[in-house]
Design a protein around this ligand. Structure first.
Ligand SMILES: Nc1nc2[nH]cc(C(=O)O)c2c(=O)[nH]1
Ligand code: SF4
Ligand SMILES: [Mg+2]
Length: 242
């Protein structure tokens, strides 16, 4: 008989997938050897979402997409193949704050991983707790632009952006489709004092990512921002678990 799939609060994470080693494909650590935990669930619904299997019941069997993993399960997985970068993504990781705090503290407590860097990918719509902020190395925050199809009040939460900026651990990674989107990025970065800025092309196939990167390169350079590829997409297209 299948065991019940009800997570124990504070001890179990609802995970979509764990994978690695692979390369961090996005943002300031692009190219680094890393392990990934993709948490289940997201409260948003971006039109171009690259991970709808974490939360979209109209396209996926969400029961089949979730795994309950204990903190001990994850520590054993990390101990079996140590890495110096762990990326926690989603979905939206901030939807599981308490257990995530405990996971990060447990990782920090183990001598096996004292100097592991932990990056958390987030949409910047839910503030991290103080403990999470203390234990994380970096927040890769992706505030969503108008082309996400979300209403502005859903995607831009001024207090959360200010809070994240104040942690000193946030880098701002904007998913961009066209050159004109950069004006919207500029408006947000100026309004909320967001830096450093990384521009990343939207796309789930290598040809779209490369075409958009080429289009964006000069305008991004002229604004003195950084440009991120989606390295995993350039290498492996839209394969799951890469
Ligand atoms: N290799 C790789 N790097 C990533 N960086 C952020 C990812 C994400 O899905 O959030 C991701 C991903 O799915 N794969
Ligand atoms: S915030 Fe991320 S996971 Fe959630 S719908 Fe948007 S792109 Fe998908
Ligand atoms: Mg993503």
């Amino acid at each position: 008989m299948k065991p019940p799939t009800v997570p124990a609060p504070d001890r179990d994470l609802v995970v979509n997938e764990t994978f690695g080693p692979t390369f961090q494909g996005e943002g300031p650590s692009t190219g680094r050897y890393a392990h990934f935990i993709r948490l289940f669930g997201c409260h948003l619904s971006c039109t171009w979402c690259d991970t709808p299997h974490t939360h979209d019941p109209t396209r996926y069997d969400l029961t089949a997409e979730q795994r309950i993993l204990s903190i001990d399960d994850i520590l054993s997985w990390l101990a079996a193949a140590p890495v110096d970068l762990l990326v926690i993504t989603g979905g939206e990781p901030m939807l599981q704050p308490r257990v995530l705090e405990r996971l990060l503290l447990a990782i920090r407590d183990r001598s096996l991983a004292t100097d592991i860097e932990i990056e958390i990918e987030t949409s910047g719509t839910i503030p991290p707790t103080d403990l999470l902020t203390a234990a994380a190395t970096r927040f890769n925050v992706s505030p969503k632009l108008a082309h996400s199809g979300l209403r502005r009040h859903q995607r831009i939460r001024p207090a959360v952006l200010r809070h994240l900026a104040g942690t000193g651990k946030a880098v701002w990674k904007f998913v961009v489709q066209e050159i004109d989107d950069l004006d919207e990025v500029q408006e947000l970065t100026e309004a909320y004092d967001l830096h450093p800025v990384w521009i990343m092309p939207e796309g789930t196939d290598s040809s779209t990512v490369l075409t958009r990167m080429r289009l964006l390169a000069e305008p991004v350079l002229s604004r003195r921002w950084h440009l991120s590829p989606r390295l995993h997409t350039l290498l492996w297209e839209n394969d799951r678990g890469r």
